[in-house]
Design a protein around this ligand. Sequence first.
Ligand SMILES: CSCCC(=O)C(=O)COP(=O)(O)O
Ligand SMILES: [Mg+2]
Length: 230
Amino acid sequence: MIRVVLTDIEGTTSSISFVHDVLFPYASKHLPEFIRTNHHTTPAVAEQLALVAEKSGVDSKDVEGLIDVLQAWISEDRKEGPLKALQGMVWEQGYHSGELKGDIYPDAADYLQRWHDRGLRLFVYSSGSVKAQKLIFGFSNEGDFTPFFSGYFDTGVGGKTEAQSYRNILAELGVEPATVLFLSDVEAELSAAEEAGLKTVWLVRDGELPDTGRPVARDFAEVDALLRKR
Ligand SMILES: CSCCC(=O)C(=O)COP(=O)(O)O
Ligand SMILES: [Mg+2]
């Protein structure tokens, strides 16, 4: 019996193009000025830059060098914790100014609300920072969805393709693995979740449906149909 839904964001509740064509370019454009302005005055920014320096080998005092590393990580879509934390801080400005609106598929918005109202507990697990997750759902084109979520996980619990990350989430939630349904568009993430005992549905929003024997859905209405069969 499924009691918890744990959902990915990019490619699952929200389009890949929103993340790659809107959020990443926004971060790329505004990150340099944000860092130049805040690296001395904002401890949370300095803390993340120290991690960028440690990971890249660039001198922590070389602010322009660190900006170059971050820009390269954005274009390579690297899921580095400090980049994700800094992106979240930059996106916050865009959401608050109204320049950004979180993109949620209408079917995802509809069923997240229905599942919440039906008593399922909803959680997010994304490579985007917890701050970024709260922003995309809080300032979305479909309204404020944060009241429907019971919690958020980012790569602080581990990478999304590692089974241990899902075990860490289960330990935090204090629930049995088979009561949790994980939704993602990335097969390697589904395999890791299954290794930890979670149930999964693969969201395939475009193209041919793969014939892998794995539960697959085009959208959240199809996920709901699978949920009701379990
Ligand atoms: C929280 S919205 C931004 C998502 C993001 O930065 C990203 O890298 C996408 O990761 P996901 O794990 O949701 O595929
Ligand atoms: Mg995804």
